[in-house]
Design a protein around this ligand. Structure first.
Ligand SMILES: *[C@@H]1O[C@H](CO)[C@@H](O)[C@H](O)[C@H]1NC(C)=O
Ligand SMILES: *[C@@H]1O[C@H](CO)[C@@H](O)[C@H](O)[C@H]1NC(C)=O
Ligand SMILES: *[C@@H]1O[C@H](CO)[C@@H](O)[C@H](O)[C@H]1NC(C)=O
Ligand SMILES: *[C@@H]1O[C@H](CO)[C@@H](O)[C@H](O)[C@H]1NC(C)=O
Ligand SMILES: *[C@@H]1O[C@H](CO)[C@@H](O)[C@H](O)[C@H]1NC(C)=O
Ligand SMILES: *[C@@H]1O[C@H](CO)[C@@H](O)[C@H](O)[C@H]1NC(C)=O
Length: 479
């Protein structure tokens, strides 16, 4: 993360339980050692809460916790009091793209599905209304982003997956994530994680292109995430044409954008210009600020938004139910635009936080994107930070297998949003983005002019003050 924050970032739009507070979290994670993976340990089931958070059940020190799974961060924390645990006398703060948690670093026996780790380090956070007792986050990201590991730089401080991979070198260093769609009428499932194996029904994933993970330089290694380059012209908009998209990242000279795969974000985060191209040309589209969520495009819920991403020459179409979010899911009843037209929330949201002056990524592809792909995250030599001799030396990579069938997805949309009557051929696209987006642009231009004017005035004042001081000094010297 570009911000002054150490390592992780990854915001996630986390609506915990029934609370309406939207949180954006971000993320970071290493490990190694002792216990054997059970032979043929099975997949780990996820609980999908309204498509905005996916939880796994873990048992820590004999107690159960529901932890949000997060590829954007690298540490485990839980809210509560883990009785059967050991104190390390250390404490730590995990900074996310938005928000942070802090508490004591403790160690306890961890059970994750069939997997066991002795003395897993975690942060114990005091329960609060935002972090209720029994909840937490399980960071699955690279250990270079781990806050616990940097406080406790030994195997003991390593993140959960590192511990698992290192304790059994015969297990391949990868995990996979499958996220289900709550309202999917044709293929419903909650979601699954596997470690060191792939789901048999999607084993074609191993034949998809290996997309290299972009490695951060040593100094920036705390910002290491699962990030990869989109293809050139790698986002196809609703008009079937590529959306212009440069890269803000100086190292990406070829202009291809860098995307982070982060299931800690409910709403993918994208540049405003890209969001405008996706949503801004539909009739009745409007950019608005939603409490607890921030600035989003809103479009009538009947509008089918078709978008496709391209990685490694492979097309990954988005399910139209993932492109707009029914506000009722967030307990926002009767959301309308300024003309009183009922609207849904554009799930691909312009960045709600500052990526800083030197961003290391252009897009965060969160849950709404990840529901459309079965993803394999290969740690490669990320693990070797703890023990080169026992780990893989290949470069880390991603593999994505498209699980969205566009004709089925279209039928799903017609069923769920249009009551079975296909009117999508009448929706059309305006030639230009709606006025609203232009006026917003104007607003920003005015704001930018105002900021520049303020800088000029302030610089002028500073120069004047300095000159006056110098003059005064000179005069004083003369006296
Ligand atoms: C799934 O998550 C919901 C909301 O967080 C919770 O109420 C429910 O108990 C969970 N179900 C299971 C089986 O974990
Ligand atoms: C999905 O999760 C819910 C509760 O978390 C559970 O009741 C349901 O059986 C699960 N469905 C499937 C298909 O796994
Ligand atoms: C606490 O530390 C002791 C001594 O190292 C160890 O035997 C015990 O297993 C640890 N307990 C837990 C819950 O990690
Ligand atoms: C690395 O792992 C190997 C095999 O597990 C072990 O023998 C060796 O002592 C470890 N090296 C370090 C530096 O921890
Ligand atoms: C997509 O789904 C349709 C209808 O279920 C099916 O006929 C078609 O073969 C599927 N296409 C692919 C590429 O799987
Ligand atoms: C979206 O894509 C589907 C599948 O190609 C197509 O059937 C549908 O007409 C498209 N909808 C719009 C509004 O372009």
């Amino acid at each position: 993360m570009p911000c002054p924050l150490p390592a992780g970032f990854l915001a996630c739009l986390l609506l915990l339980a029934n609370s309406l507070n939207a949180y954006q979290l971000n993320l970071r994670g290493i490990t190694r050692h002792s216990h054997r993976l059970l032979p043929r340990a099975g997949p780990i089931a996820l609980n999908n809460s309204a498509d905005i958070s996916y939880h796994a059940d873990i048992v820590l020190g004999g107690q159960s916790f529901q932890v949000l799974i997060d590829t954007g961060s690298s540490d485990l924390w839980v809210a509560g009091n883990v009785q059967q645990s050991n104190d390390t006398t250390l404490d730590s703060t995990i900074y996310y793209a938005i928000g942070k948690v802090e508490g004591d670093i403790r160690t306890a026996h961890l059970e994750l599905g069939d997997y066991l780790v002795e003395n897993q380090a975690f942060i114990q956070v005091p329960p609060s209304s935002t972090n209720p007792d029994g909840t937490g986050i399980l960071g699955l990201g690279p250990s270079s982003g781990s806050f616990i590991l940097s406080a406790l730089p030994s195997t003991t401080g390593a993140p959960v997956l590192d511990r698992l991979f290192l304790q059994d070198p015969s297990t391949p260093n990868y995990f996979t994530i499958l996220l289900g769609r709550n309202l999917d009428p044709s293929s419903f499932f909650n979601g699954t994680i596997t470690i060191g194996s792939v789901l048999p029904e999607y084993n074609q994933i191993t034949a998809t292109p290996k997309i290299p993970i972009i490695l951060m330089s040593e100094v920036d290694s705390h910002n290491q995430h699962f990030q990869a380059r989109l293809d050139e012209n790698g986002i196809i908009g609703p008009d079937g044409k590529p959306i212009p998209l440069g890269s803000a990242i100086s190292e990406g000279e070829d202009g291809r954008a860098t995307a982070v795969l982060d299931c800690g974000f409910s709403l993918p985060q994208i540049p405003r210009t890209v969001a405008d191209s996706i949503y801004g040309r539909f009739k009745d589209a409007e950019f608005m600020t939603v409490k607890g969520i921030g600035g989003v495009w809103a479009v009538p819920c009947q509008i089918e938004v078709n978008v496709t991403f391209i990685f490694g020459g492979q097309k990954y179409p988005m399910h139209p139910l993932d492109m707009t979010l029914d506000p009722e899911v967030l307990n926002l009843k009767d959301m309308t635009n300024s003309n009183g037209v009922p609207v849904c929330i554009g799930s691909f949201q312009p960045f709600t936080y500052d990526r800083g002056g030197e961003p290391t990524y252009d897009l965060i592809l969160g849950m709404a994107f990840m529901r459309n792909v079965y993803t394999l995250f290969d740690y490669g030599d990320f693990i070797s930070a703890t023990n080169a001799s026992s780990s893989s030396t290949n470069d880390p990579y991603l593999q994505m297998y498209s699980i969205t069938n566009i004709s089925e997805a279209h039928q799903d949309f017609v069923k769920v949003r249009l009551g079975g009557i296909d009117t999508t051929d009448q929706q059309g696209l305006l030639d230009n983005p709606v006025k609203n987006s232009r006026s917003n642009t104007t607003y920003y231009v005015i704001a930018a002019v105002a900021v520049i004017a303020a800088i000029v005035v302030i610089s002028f004042l500073i120069i004047c003050t300095r000159k006056r001081r110098q003059r005064m000094k000179k005069e004083g010297a003369r006296e």
